[in-house]
Ligand binder design. Structure first.
Ligand SMILES: Nc1ncnc2c1ncn2[C@@H]1O[C@H](COP(=O)(O)OP(=O)(O)OP(=O)(O)O)[C@@H](O)[C@H]1O
Ligand SMILES: [Mg+2]
Length: 262
């Protein structure tokens, strides 16, 4: 059997996808923690064990993500942009716009008709609007991530969050809470503000497209999906496992490399 794997070493989570030819036979998501090398070794062990495979059974491994250069058991390292494009094209071949929001950065990728990357933009300089920012906000409300993601659906009048900076936005949110503004209205405002910022970076790429593929852990917040739909006017499609598209793309590259196509 020709098994291959892709590892996406992200700032917040490490993901693994194992393929048997082009069929996904295993995938995992674990926290990256302080040591991305250890996390990638752990996830590979977990994945192999689950399938009853040995290390030698995996014929080619490609690493991607923030920590990809440190993953020395991988035979190649490929950028996140290329891997996300490949993974999303495999899932939604007709979609031309990808928005990925992870723990630390957000990316917008525009694809051509064959899934090739035409253009992209990335914001990795600041935590505002990323998964970590939303985690921090959920902690202010003492909510689990899922509960936080759903709370916006119950908003009556979403409020405006005017500060972009994480620290100032946090103060603004706390002021609203102390004034007695309903929590759901504040939370809807937070998602709306993130979607608005994102749209200001993405609209030039979106152009007249009507669909967006939304990936990364932040696409698991229901309120974020809704806010993105409201602001862009597009249908926002979220894969059933939105965190693994980069690792899937890496595994698909591994398959091509093994077959000598790349
Ligand atoms: N169940 C969940 N519901 C809502 N959000 C979630 C959930 N699980 C994770 N997240 C969000 O996803 C974020 C992590 O996303 P992801 O795993 O895509 O990051 P990453 O790939 O490690 O980061 P990056 O691509 O920026 O290096 C967390 O910061 C959190 O906000
Ligand atoms: Mg990522």
């Amino acid at each position: 059997m020709d098994y291959v794997a892709g590892v996406d070493s992200g700032s917040t989570t490490t993901k693994l996808v194992i393929l048997d030819n082009s069929r996904i036979i295993g995938y995992h998501v674990i926290p990256t923690g302080a040591n991305c090398v250890r996390a990638s070794q752990n996830i590979l062990e977990i994945g192999l064990k689950k399938l009853g495979l040995d290390r030698e059974d995996i014929k080619y491994i490609v690493a991607t993500g923030y920590g990809r250069q440190k993953i020395d058991f991988a035979r190649s390292q490929i950028t996140e942009i290329s891997c996300h494009a490949k993974g999303v094209y495999w899932i939604f071949p007709h979609v031309k716009i990808i928005i990925d929001i992870g723990g630390q950065d957000f990316k917008v990728i525009k694809l051509g008709g064959k899934g090739q990357v035409i253009d992209f933009a990335m914001n990795d300089k600041c935590a505002a609007g990323t998964g970590r920012y939303l985690e921090l906000m959920s902690r202010i409300f003492e909510m689990e991530l899922e509960q936080f993601g759903h709370a916006a659906a119950f908003a009556q009048n979403k409020i405006d969050i005017t500060s972009y900076c994480t620290v100032f936005a946090e103060t603004e949110v706390i002021n609203h809470i102390s004034r007695g503004t309903p929590e759901n209205d504040i939370i809807a405002g937070i998602f709306h503000a993130v979607a608005k910022r994102l749209y200001s970076m993405a609209k030039h790429y979106i152009g007249s497209e009507k669909e967006i593929a939304f990936t990364g852990g932040v696409s698991k917040y229901a309120g974020m999906v809704k806010a993105l739909e409201d602001i862009t006017g597009c249908s926002v499609l979220v894969p059933s496992e939105p965190q693994i598209t980069g690792a899937l793309g890496a595994a698909l590259f591994a398959l091509e490399k093994l077959r000598g196509n790349n």
